[in-house]
Structure formats: C-alpha cells, structure tokens
Write a protein that binds this ligand. Structure first.
Ligand code: CS2
Ligand code: MG
Length: 403
C-alpha cells in the first residue's frame, strides 16, 4: 500500500487549521493535524514543499521508518515547524493503518486501559462572580475538572479570560498580534483569593486547574504554588518559561502543588530533564506538535517510569484530528492523567465530522477504524485562511514579557 497523494488543506472555519491528507494506492485516506497557532503557513509550507514530495511512493504501513526518515534524515532537526509537520505525517499514517486493519487506532496501541479519558473544560471570568458562574456552567455540563482563569482588577485584559459572552479563543484575527499589559505582582495578589472563592462555592470535589502561561520567575512561581496549597489544585500549569526546565527545580523545592508543563515542547529532548528529575507531575505533550502518535507514545512511556501522567494540550488550535489522536493515545496508555477539552465551535465540528464524544466528564475516541475523523473539503474551502495571532505581552513600561 503506497502513498499516492499528499495534500495540505488550510482552512479557517472561525479559526485556522492546517490538515494533511494522504491517499494510498488502495484509496485509503488518512488525516493529520499540522496547525501551528499564529505560524500556520510555515508548517503548511514545510509539509507541502519539503515533506509531501518525499512521501509519494513510500509504503504507508512503515510508520516508524517514515518518522525516522523525516526526523533523522533532516540535518535541521526539531523545532516547532518541522515537528508539527512530521506530527501530521505520523498521525495520518496511523489513521491509514487503522482504516486498513479495520480497527480504531487505540486498538493498535495495545487496546483500552480505561473506559474514557477524564476531560477538563475551560472556565473564565472578568471578575470572580463571572468566573463562579462559568465554572458552575461547566460542572452542569458534566465536567469533573475545570480550568479556572480570572481577570485581575489592575489589568485591562488577561490572556485566557473571555472578554464577553463568546467562548474564549486564544488567537485573534488581524495582521498583527494584540498587545496586552502584564503585572506579575498584581496577578500574584489576586489568584489565591480566586481559588479560595471557588472552593468556598464548589467544595472539595471538583478538580480545579490553573494556567500561568509561562509568566513567572521561579521564586514567584514557588510563592504562587505555596499560596494555592490550601485550595488543592489538580495542577498549576506552565509557571515558568518553557525552554528552561531548570527553573522548575526551585519551584519544586518550595511547593507541593502539582505542576504541569509541555504544550510548547516539540521533542523528547525538551522533556528529558523534567522526566528524569521528576520536575512536574503532568506532561502536556500531544500528537499534534510533539512528533505525532509515535513520538508522544515514547515520551509518555518514559514518563510512566517517573510516575508522571499525561495531560495533553487540547486548546481550540488542536484540530479535531489532533484531538482524536490525543484521545486514542490517552485511552491506551497506562499513565493517562487528564485531557484538555476546549470545545470547538459547531462550524469546526461540521468541517471535521468526528466519532469522539464527551459523556459525563469523560471523552472517548469512538470505535470507527482509524482516528474516526474526516474532513468536509467543500465546507472547508468556503472558509479560507485568515491571518490570526496569539497576543504579545508587555509590562506597563513597554518591556516585552514572557507568556
Ligand atoms: C493554553 C492555550 O490551552 C492552554 O493551556 O495555554 O491557550 C495556548 O496558549 C494555545 O493553545 C497556544 O496555541
Ligand atoms: Mg496552557
């Protein structure tokens, strides 16, 4: 079964997605997600101009060999653009293998280790009252775990907080990124009170998560972790900048609040120190940006040896193809932790009809052969690419800040 056709489809049904479509000599179609938020066209070009021509004629069943060929074969290894492109090829080939065998991908990965994947929803509010309402709404939908983000009184706008009645979307359409103003001290003063209010309202049972978006120094992160200990967080995410795992050592020494990191990692080499030294409790690598199902599976197998669990990134920029891939892995690994579930808009679900489903707090990938996701190409074509960016973050004096 040879790969005969490789096509990159860029569409924007409300937000941008890059999808790889592979077709074999037997007519089997496989999809992979290559969406790189705010840098979509770079990943699309890497795939279209550099990888697609290499794929034509290859044996579609040789998933691992193709991964090695694209990763080791390139002198310039790693990085988000290349790894997102390789991820898409790998995921599309698992989709094809599943369809060729008549089995859902999770069966090829060893079969289900659980009945469903615990999911966490997003809730946010410009103030605490609005956040309490948002969390209550997610619990009413059946979620047992909720990520809570709140506006900070001194700050006009905070990343991760919806600005109106519409669902929160990380990237904004426009030729340039929005600029936000950040103040770590104001944020640190505010957050512990937010979680005290959440526990007072909802009691000890719901799992509560919080995302810091890489904005703190190690000492500030340690202070926050400690201040949140009485409120029993499921995890505190991305407390310090992602590229420096050593920053987490100091945080770890001073707090027992569970930590998560990894949504911006693209290979095992970003994870090595963290896994070896057990610097976090949850690792957020996912098939879409971290080398596909093949590479994520390896990282999570190593994570298991350190008692670290998965917590796959599942924001709206992970397409339904990427979500399905994460769910097949999540169902099959022994050390699954939790799956982020920032729901897509109905138009996105219409462009990518899928078998995965949410029920009573858990996601299940479904039992269709392959990933269980298809692409309505005619509908996708009605929604062409629109430039959109994640915001940038400055301090009050104009200095650029991490996020
Ligand atoms: C966030 C995302 O979901 C998360 O945890 O950190 O909003 C993230 O910033 C975007 O997915 C980046 O593309
Ligand atoms: Mg995050």
């Amino acid at each position: 079964m040879r790969i005969e056709h490789a096509e990159v489809i860029v569409c924007s049904p409300g937000r941008n997605f890059v999808t790889l479509k592979l077709v074999t000599s037997d007519g089997v179609v496989g999809y992979g997600d290559a969406t790189l938020n705010g840098r979509e066209l770079a990943a699309a070009s890497y795939l279209r101009d550099h990888l697609a021509p290499l794929l034509i004629g290859r044996d579609a069943h040789r998933i691992e060999d193709t991964w090695q060929y694209l990763y080791r074969g390139a002198y310039w290894r790693g990085g988000p653009v290349a790894m997102t492109a390789i991820s898409a090829v790998d995921v599309a080939l698992w989709d094809i293998k599943g369809k060729a065998c008549g089995l859902p991908v999770y069966q090829l990965l060893g079969g289900a280790c659980r009945d469903g994947c615990l999911a966490y929803a997003h809730a946010s509010g410009r103030d605490v009252a609005e956040l309490l309402e948002a969390v209550a709404a997610k619990l009413a939908l059946g979620y047992r775990a909720v990520r809570a983000q709140a506006g900070v009184p001194e700050l006009r706008k905070v990343y991760g907080v919806a600005t109106g009645s519409e669902a929160y979307e990380p990237a904004a359409r426009g030729a340039r990124p929005d600029e936000e103003v950040w103040d770590s001290r104001a944020y640190l003063r505010h957050v512990p009170g937010v979680f005290a209010a959440l526990r007072a309202q909802f009691g000890p049972e719901p799992a509560l998560l919080h995302d810091v978006h890489h904005r703190l120094t190690p000492l500030q992160a340690a202070q926050l972790g400690r201040a949140l200990e009485p409120h029993d967080l499921f995890w505190l995410e991305d407390v310090t900048p992602a590229e420096n795992p050593d920053a987490l050592r100091l945080v770890r020494e001073h707090t027992v609040t569970p930590l998560a990191i990894g949504e911006a990692f693209n290979t095992f080499w970003h994870c090595r120190t963290i896994l070896q030294d057990r610097l976090v409790d949850y690792i957020r690598v996912k098939p879409s940006h971290t080398g596909g199902i093949s590479h994520v599976r390896r990282i999570l197998a190593l994570a298991e040896l350190s008692q670290i669990r998965s917590g796959c990134h599942g924001a709206t920029d992970i397409s339904p193809v990427g979500m399905a891939a994460a769910l097949h892995v999540g169902l099959a690994i022994p050390n699954f932790g939790i799956q982020e579930h920032q729901r897509h808009e109905p138009l996105v679900d219409a462009v990518f009809p899928h078998a995965y489903r949410f029920d009573d707090g858990y996601l299940h990938p479904g039992d269709e052969p392959g990933l269980g996701v298809s692409l309505d190409e005619a509908l996708a074509a009605q929604h062409p690419y629109v430039a959109a960016y994640l915001p940038v973050n400055r301090l009050a004096d104009g200095t650029m800040h991490d996020w």
